[in-house]
Design a protein around this ligand. Sequence first.
Ligand code: NAD
Ligand code: ZN
Length: 348
Amino acid sequence: MSEKVIVELGDRSYEILIGSGIRELAKQSDLLVTDSNVDKYYGSWAETKANCKYIFPAGEENKSIQTVADICRAAAQNRLSRKSVMTALGGGVCGDMTGFAAAIYMRGIDFVQIPTTLLAMVDSSVGGKTAVDIPEGKNLIGAFHQPRRVLIDTDFLKTLPLKEIRCGLAEIIKTGVILDENLFAELEKAPETLTTAPDYARYSSIIRRCCELKAQVVAADEKEGGLRAILNYGHTFGHAFELLSNFTLSHGEGVALGMCAAGEYAAAEGIWSKQEALRQKKLIAALGLPTRLDTAYKTGDVIQAMLGDKKSASGKINLVLPTRIGHAEIFKDAAAGKIALAVESIYA
Ligand SMILES: NC(=O)c1ccc[n+]([C@@H]2O[C@H](COP(=O)([O-])OP(=O)(O)OC[C@H]3O[C@@H](n4cnc5c(N)ncnc54)[C@H](O)[C@@H]3O)[C@@H](O)[C@H]2O)c1
Ligand SMILES: [Zn+2]
């Protein structure tokens, strides 16, 4: 059984197909890009779906302009034309780089996303943001380039380590808090069947709902003029925690802690009920994500790190804050003192 979501963007509209075995719907690709881990599991299958394959070493540290240049060189060596199609088979790192390579190779060719991590299935493969990192910051070079199709095969989750499943779950909780109370409530049911004893069939409908919600946001605000920014809920705090931990915190852990801090901020401001902030914290913990910061970072350092985030405009920190489960708004120019209190309230 498969599920389908359409991202409505006029002549650039595309479909997202979700379900077990969906990968078999992939058409022959001219260049399939994957990482060294994914290749170990799925490389021989990938070869049946592509004329050639480019493998880069797995890891965020390889999400670079150099790897994108190498992908473009592989495209040229294999004589890809403007009519050719690239395919990303992998997590968000692979999707972001393949998408960027497809955006710039011959000024733009088509590409297809076949996400293999939960995070990529519910977030990065949909919406057309592509990017690479530079030493000065993450995702600082990139382009908007929508895929032609997204094929989400839940069977890929069977080999995904639990730590990576949890990274995806952090984004799913985020989506529930900001956009959909039903999704949030669904996650509260039997959390172990999403983590330690995974029921992969359950994931199909959860992923479909996340894609539907993200598709609506992207259709309304493709280039993040306004609404799309709510998807950064938990991320302004979260990126700061990731950075200050020297990336010993994963992105999912950073976002989980970021949502806790944002929840404390919103509750202290009186715009979100304390009960709902607690309900969020309970769900985060039930899914095996952290709710307390083990290291008490200096609040001044946290604020500096938040100001350094590329989303904070002109020395001001804007926060996405929930007003109820299922709804969030952007609050401009958050006060440093209040941010400090929110961070201190999640120290272990
Ligand atoms: N474009 C967007 O809108 C957007 C949104 C969110 C995140 N991102 C980006 O996504 C990236 C993070 O993505 P990610 O968490 O998928 O990381 P990732 O691509 O590095 O994948 C995580 C790890 O899982 C491995 N892996 C992937 N699929 C597997 C499978 N099925 N079985 C076993 N191992 C597998 C990978 O090799 C890697 O080691 C970041 O660079 C972030 O900036 C982009
Ligand atoms: Zn994220």
